[in-house]
Design a protein around this ligand. Sequence first.
Ligand code: SF4
Length: 431
Amino acid sequence: MKYYVRTYGCQMNVADSDEMGRHLQARGLIPTEDPEEASVLLVNTCTVRQHAEDRAFSEVGRLKKWKARQSGRKLVVTGCAAERTKAYLENRFPHIDLVIGAKAIEDFGRAVEGLLERRETDEDLEYAIPMSGDRVSAFVTIMRGCNYSCTYCIVPFVRGRESYHPMEHILSEVRDRVAEGAREITLLGQTVNSYHRDGARGRGTDFADLLENAGKVDGVERLRFMSPHPHYMTDRVIDAIAAVPEACEAVHLPVQSGSDAMLKKMLRNYTREEYLALAGKMRKAMPGMTISTDVILGFPGETVEDFRQTLSLIREAQFDWGFIFKYSAREGTPAAAWESYPEGLIEERHQECMAVFEEVSRLKRAALLGTEQEVLIEEENTGRTRTNYKVSVEGNVATGEIVRVRITNSDRATLTAVLADRQKQTEGLEA
Ligand code: SF4
C-alpha cells in the first residue's frame, strides 16, 4: 500500500511530513509521488497566511473525487490549519477520515494505527518492505511550539508553548538520518536557538551544546538550523556556530521590520540597532558568512517612513537574500483587530522591497564570481554551498558528493559552476 503527502507551509511542516511518513513506512506503507497510486493521502496544512489555508482547503475539497475513485482510500488532514479549524474541517468535508492538529503530531503514530487497522480488512492491501529515505539533506525537529506572542502570528495558538526534545532523542534521530544517507542535518524549531533542557543537577544543556554534540555525530558533514530568534542569538550560540566545524556559515535570522515602532507593535523583543549589532557580531565571528531574513510588509500602522526604514535596514544589514511576506491578518491574533492596508498598497511595497533585496543580493553574488566553493550535491547536478547558495554544477557529479567548484555565473539566484579541478585541467590544455 502506498501513501502520498502534500505539504503546505514551512520547514517545520516538511519535517512533520517526514516524521509522519516514517510512521507510515514503519507500518509497511511505501511513499509515492503519484496521488493516483496512493491508498493513504496526507494533506499537511499551514495557517500562517490565509492564502496557504485556502489552497489546502480547496485541495481537500477536490480530494473527494480522488477518494471516490477507489474504495478503501483514506484521507488524513494534519498541521496548523487542521489544529485551528478541526471542527470546521470535519463538518465541511465528511470525506476526511482523520484530522490531526499540529499539537497532536506526536500522537500521529497511534492515531494512524487505528485508521490502518480498519483498513487491513480491505482486499486490496499490498504491504511492502519499509523503505528508508535517501535524502542528502534531512530535517530533525528539536523543539515544538513558541513562547513568543508576536502580534501577527498564529503559531503559538496552533502549536502551543515550547517543548524541547531530549538531547539523546535528537542525537539518535540525527544518527538515523545519517544512516539513511543524509550528510547535512538541519535542526528545526520555531525559535530553534531557544532550545534548552534543564539538568537534574547543575547546568542543563542548551542550543550551543546541541550544535556541538550534533556536529560530533559520525557522518554529519554539515549542520544548519531554522529558524533562530534574534533574542536567543547569544554570544554563546554565535561562538558555538563559529567553533563547530560542521556548522555552516549561513544564518537565516528573521527581522520582520526595520522600524522600531513596528518591531515594538509586533512584540519582537529587539530593536533595529540590536539586530544590526547582532548581524555585525555574527559576521565578525564568521567572516564570509551569509545572513538572510524575512520581512513582513503592510503590517497594520506601517507608515511610509516605517517602510523606508525596512528598505534601509536591508541595505545596512547587507542581507544576502530575503523572503518578503505580505501581511495577512490571522483571526485570533491581536493584529487581526487592527485596520489592514489595502492589497494594492501592500503589493506596491512588495515590488519596491523585492527590488532592494535584489540590488543588494546581486552585488553579493557578483563577488562570488570566480571563487572556489564547496558544494554538497543534493539532486541532479544541483547542490548548495556551505553559505547556502544554490549552485548548478556542470559535469559528472553524484548526489551526496561534496565537490570543489568554481563559480562561472552569478547573475541569477541559482549560481552556475564547473568542477574546480576540471577547470584547472582545461586551462592547462588551453595554455
Ligand atoms: S517567534 Fe513570533 S513569529 Fe516566530 S513563531 Fe513565535 S510568535 Fe510566531
